[in-house]
Design a protein around this ligand. Sequence first.
Ligand SMILES: C[S@@+](CC[C@H](N)C(=O)[O-])C[C@H]1O[C@@H](n2cnc3c(N)ncnc32)[C@H](O)[C@@H]1O
Length: 428
Amino acid sequence: MEVKIEKSVYGGKGLGKINEKTCFVPFVIDGELVNVDIVKEKKSFYECRLKTVLKPSEYRVNPPCKYFTYCGGCDYQHISYEKQLDIKKSILLETLNRIGKLEIDKVDKIIPSENPFYYRNRTQLKVRGKQLGFYMKESKTIVDIDECLLLKEDLGESLKGLRELLQFLDIKPIEIHLYSTNLDEMLVKFIYPFSFKRFPLGLKHLKAFVNKNIIGIGIFEKKGEFLKRFISIGKQFAYESVKIMDKDIKYRVSINSFFQVNRFQIKNLINEVLEEVDKEFNEVLDLYCGVGTLTLPISLKAKNVIGIENNKFAVEDGNHNKKLNGFKNVKFIKADAGKDIELLNKFSPDLVVLDPPRSGITKDLLNYLINKESIEKIIYVSCNPSTLARDLSKLKEKYQIKSLKLIDMFPQTYHIESIAMLEKGIDG
Ligand SMILES: C[S@@+](CC[C@H](N)C(=O)[O-])C[C@H]1O[C@@H](n2cnc3c(N)ncnc32)[C@H](O)[C@@H]1O
């Protein structure tokens, strides 16, 4: 069946029509004429499989990874990087205007990743018996891999050793997570569906077989969504270093804490947020602050900054990082930023920075932001344009969107990270 691809949509696919009914096709580019098979028929759309590209786009390139289209990790390797950014820009604007009814006509700045490959400092590998790799798209089948072009070099080099190591383990993990900082300190998590007393390997085995950069191993039990560590070997944290405003800021990141995934974009993200901190604010609330990635740099430009984070390990890291870097005007508090409005009401922030997970922010937090008189400005860092659109459509009651930036944290994938800056309207 022939389909003309009209546009790219959020999630990585292209949209076309088969007999007036919408269809979605993966691995295509807008403007292409393609041949497809229908794989699923839904009430209002078809899901299709790409058979052949009849008229390729000028932006089509040869995907460099041999696993591309099998492995679920990447969506855009067949598209030139320049065009990937253009697609993300269109989807961001379209989503904000359609879901949020925002009437935004431009993205003010696009920040590409210095290298669109080898950028990930973190990965979660799935394990089944001797298989080690990533899930196929929309499936729990593991694609066995021996390389991944998105991974920081030392993570990629570790795959071979991990595979060999798995042969020796009587009890096999279900996942292995790797994280390597920009100071090349690597932490490894082995995830099991149960706990046990003794792990048969030590740090020296892992260093020798897998990677010399490994400084710590945590053995975890997966309980639903949660991971509970039951054995610790070596260090349970690693350090990152980022140069901001002529200062080398060091961050301790625990094995359980979040840190930004694209190693080339961390500094850019901080600088883009700092650019919006355009005067000395009195009190800044940094909600969903992690280990203080944004909190500490913001404190260089503000009187006081309070970071709110619900992961106790990240809060401990934040407090450690504050001392390590000699910052006096920062405070980290463990709380639920979406629920603990009573706590937020104790402050009178003139600037609020938000960097929530994909689900966006709660109704309670939206009401707080709308009703809190002291707030002049909001900087919203988002990794999901749909929830950003939903949240901005509420915030526009009181705020005007003054700038919108796209920072590409996840090249080769459909994920879109953006920074929206809002200020109180004249009557707000
Ligand atoms: C996208 S990360 C951003 C972290 C930080 N801004 C950074 O740049 O590294 C989101 C953070 O929010 C935290 N988090 C998730 N839900 C939360 C909640 N309800 N309240 C407070 N923090 C939460 C996560 O633990 C994570 O550290």
